[in-house]
Every structure is written in C-alpha cells, then in structure tokens.
Design a protein. Structure first.
Length: 279
C-alpha cells in the first residue's frame, strides 16, 4: 500500500493535482482492493465497462486488460487531461476518457449493447446516480461501486430497517456488500469508511406508469417516520384510516406496522391492494 501511496503522491505533485474534498477525490491506494473490485465485477473479455471517477487510472488500467472496451468518465478537467495523455502514450486503444459529469452522460451511446459499471462514486451523488442508471431504458447488467459504508448498508437493508432507498434499489436489482473498506485505504483519508457493493440489475421490462405509482405509494408510506403505516397511507391517499387499516389486515399485516417493517415483496402486495386508490 505504501508503494501505491508514494506513486499517487508523486503523480499529484508532478501534475499539480490537488485532491478536492468537494468532488469526493480520495484516491484508493491499496492494490488488493483494486483486485477485489475487478473480481466482484465478474468481467468477460468481450464486455464494455463504464468506469466513473477513474482518478489516476490505476483501476482503469486493470479494467482495460480484462475487457474489450472501457469508457472512463471523469469530471475533473486536470485529471481527465492526465488520463487522456497517459492512455494515449500507452496506445490503449480500448480506453476512452470522457471529460464530463456522469449525471449528464447518456448511456444510449452504447447503442443497446450490454455494459457494466465500475465506480468510485462521490458520496454526494450516490442516490441520484443510482436512480438515474436504474431507471434509464438502457440499464447496466451490473454495478460494482465503492460507496460510503452507511449508504451501502442502507441499500442492502432488510426489515425492520428498510428505507425508500432500500426499496428503490431492491425494486430493480439484487444488492450485496462485498467488503468494508476502511478510510485508511485512501489518500487523502476520508472521514468515513466505505464499502464495495455489487448490484446485479434485473433487466426485465418496466411499465413507466406502474413504476411511478408504486414509488408514489412507497414515498407516502415513508412520509412520516414515526407514524404507523396506515396513518401515512390514509393521509397521503386521502382515505379513511379505518379503510387503510382494513386493507392492511386483509393482506395479513399488523395494523400497527410501520413502513420500515415491510420488505420489497410486502410493498408489491400493498401496491396491488392500494392501486385503486391512486387516481
């Protein structure tokens, strides 16, 4: 780890790269963890990988050796210029550096080809990024992400610790934490620990109207944290509390249940029952 740290510091000094905390620029300096990310992505030689936040390109190099094509999206102008120069010098024809904000990136550029995402995401865009790439018509097959540990734990939560984020991700994909990554594995060292999470996306088709109504129901259920689910549903859907309670009981739920107590499958059952109220 000390060798990679020294190399990282040297590159940053030579090219006058100053890691920005606001951009989430904490460079991973543990070679073994890079290898674990590669392993978790289950890469095949003919695949395309969208890498987000390539930083100094250490992971990009490893990805390029494994797959047919790597599209690396880097927001920082100076880092993008460094990467473009470096990979051009290596004559790495299968690596494309895109200097843009990932939230402005259109996956339609893959022309309906399958792809995977590998990313060291800035913590402040995790939720919006996940929503964008799980709801796009051209969803990735899999995402292997370095996230804030707390966010990874929320995504993979089970009852009675569910949240809107957990339901939202699990609705589209199966998520599993691969390993925890302590803050000391990065330079500069962040204030929180991270985790590698693998998200295997279910690629079945979705009905836009049904999805919109489903998540409206979920948001309604979670609208007031300490209230019972029946009260949140009655208030949000403008029905009588007794009617909401009756519907819950008919589905086999305790009338005192709260939103965080329900699994994804519970929410699916609830949606079938409450959809007629959602006009």
């Amino acid at each position: 780890m000390s060798d990679l740290l020294a190399k990282t510091r040297e590159i940053c000094q030579i090219f006058e790269i100053k890691p920005s905390r606001t951009k989430g620029q904490n460079f991973l300096i543990n070679e073994k963890i890079y290898d674990e990310i590669i392993k978790a992505a289950e890469l095949e030689p003919e695949e395309t990988v969208l890498e987000i936040g390539p930083g100094l390109g250490f992971l990009t190099t490893k990805l390029a050796a494994k797959v047919k094509r790597v599209v690396a999206v880097e927001l920082d102008d100076k880092l993008a210029a460094y990467l473009q120069t470096g990979f051009a010098a290596q004559d790495a024809a299968n690596v494309e550096i895109v200097n843009t904000d990932i939230l402005r990136f259109n996956p339609a550029r893959f022309n309906n080809q399958k792809y995977k995402i590998v990313a060291n995401l800035p913590y402040n865009i995790s939720s919006i990024f996940l929503r964008q790439f799980l709801t796009t018509p051209q969803r990735p097959e899999m995402m292997v992400l370095m996230l804030q540990k707390e966010v990874a734990e929320r995504i993979t939560a089970e009852p009675p610790d569910m949240s809107i984020l957990a339901v939202s991700i699990q609705y589209y994909a199966d998520a599993k934490i691969i390993r925890e990554v302590k803050a000391g594995n990065f330079w500069p060292e962040p204030k929180v620990d991270s985790a590698i999470i693998r998200i295997k996306v279910r690629l079945e088709s979705h009905e836009a109207v049904a999805d919109k109504q489903f998540f409206r129901l979920v948001r309604t259920g979670f609208s007031a944290k300490r209230k019972m689910l029946k009260n949140n549903l009655a208030s949000g859907l403008r029905i009588e509390s007794a009617e909401a309670e009756k519907a819950l009981v008919n589905l086999g739920f305790d009338p005192k249940t709260r939103a965080e107590d329900l699994s994804l499958e519970d929410w699916r059952k609830l949606f079938v029952s409450f959809r007629p109220f959602m006009v």
